[in-house]
Design a protein around this ligand. Structure first.
Ligand SMILES: Cc1cc2nc3c(=O)[nH]c(=O)nc-3n(C[C@H](O)[C@H](O)[C@H](O)COP(=O)(O)OP(=O)(O)OC[C@H]3O[C@@H](n4cnc5c(N)ncnc54)[C@H](O)[C@@H]3O)c2cc1C
Length: 299
């Protein structure tokens, strides 16, 4: 295959995807690439532009549900693109990191160095690339606020640099994610902050997590919060807690968490989300929008 010859990294066939996501559902993919050089990503995108096969970008797999069966196309993992450089100064600090660098690690290192701004990321698993792509956040703070510069691989394989002002973000939205492109690296800026204040804020964010299910297979919040309300509150008020399809269950601890009790499939998750969305819509007129990303499902 031309693609295999063009890449430095191996191209696996039929890779089982469920273990690559925190939810733990889904089948296999036609091809799987885990490059360690950006040139491979550019090559993949260039060949895709000619041949038209789908590419699914996978970070930490903490916010995705894979389809069952075989997913056509290539799953492109960022796990090995994880180099980073910290630059800690008197008044502020900077992190220059590739997409696969861990978000919780970035938060922990910043906190340890007395750099404020990433305390919200305590307890948000996954990679920097995934956090930027979906503008992950908590308590009104989000990844976009720290972003200084983003490097992308464009749909045609070109590498492009975007400075602050050339992209925008809002609740679980990042403007550069509106078109298919690969977030290759980003620069984050942090302000110096007293350690006691960082510890206090980190503890406050950790406290909020206590109400969420722990030690279970989930993909975080299932639905986005609608304007002025909370998806969890609506799902709870509409009696969704405990609903299930197969082994996919709406958590009793937090109605906006869908849990794989063991052996759930992608279609169990998909159907359960549809049931919850319909119940909330019938009872409140509010149509919840998924926060979880579907990979390999029919459009
Ligand atoms: C227990 C738990 C708690 C969570 N709490 C929160 C929370 O408080 N707040 C919150 O916002 N989220 C939360 N999440 C969801 C998830 O952790 C975040 O959305 C996270 O930022 C996703 O990063 P990831 O690397 O795992 O991305 P993935 O799940 O691998 O991918 C998510 C999406 O981003 C895209 N993507 C990933 N990397 C790139 C890239 N380099 N370029 C382009 N697109 C890319 C993927 O294609 C996919 O569409 C939680 C999840 C869990 C399991």
């Amino acid at each position: 295959m031309a693609l295999r010859r063009a890449l430095v990294c191996p191209l696996d066939e039929g890779k089982y995807l469920a273990p690559l996501s925190t939810l733990g559902v889904g089948g296999r993919c036609e091809c799987f690439a885990e490059p360690w050089v950006l040139a491979d990503v550019a090559t993949l995108f260039r060949i895709r532009a000619l041949e038209g096969f789908p590419i699914y970008i996978l970070g930490g797999g903490t916010n995705v549900v894979f389809a069952d069966g075989e997913i056509e196309g290539t799953v492109l993992s960022t796990r090995r693109l994880n180099a980073c450089r910290w630059n800690v100064g008197e008044t502020h600090g900077e992190l220059d990191a590739e997409a696969g660098y861990s978000l919780p690690l970035a938060s922990a290192v910043a906190g340890r160095e007395g750099l404020g701004g990433a305390e919200f990321a305590q307890g948000i698993p996954g990679t920097l690339g995934g956090a930027v792509a979906g503008n992950a956040g908590a308590g009104g703070k989000s990844a976009g606020e720290l972003l200084h510069e983003v490097t992308t691989v464009e749909e045609n394989g070109e590498i492009r640099r975007w400075r602050r002002g050339e992209f925008s973000y809002s609740y679980r939205f990042f403007s550069l994610s509106s078109s298919p492109r690969f977030i290759a690296a980003c620069k984050l800026s942090f302000e110096r902050k007293p350690l006691e204040d960082i510890w206090r804020d980190e503890a406050a964010f950790r406290q909020v997590r206590m109400g969420q299910p722990r030690g279970v297979r989930s993909a975080g919040c299932t639905f986005k919060n609608p304007p002025g309300d909370s998806a969890g509150r609506l799902l709870d008020a509409c009696g969704c807690k405990g609903l299930s399809v197969g082994s996919a269950v709406v958590s009793g601890a937090h109605a906006n968490f869908l849990v794989n009790k063991g052996g759930a499939t992608g279609s169990d998750v998909f159907r359960l989300m549809g049931i919850c969305r319909d119940i909330v819509f019938e009872k409140t007129g509010i149509c919840l929008e998924p926060e979880i990303k579907f990979m390999g499902f029919p459009k």
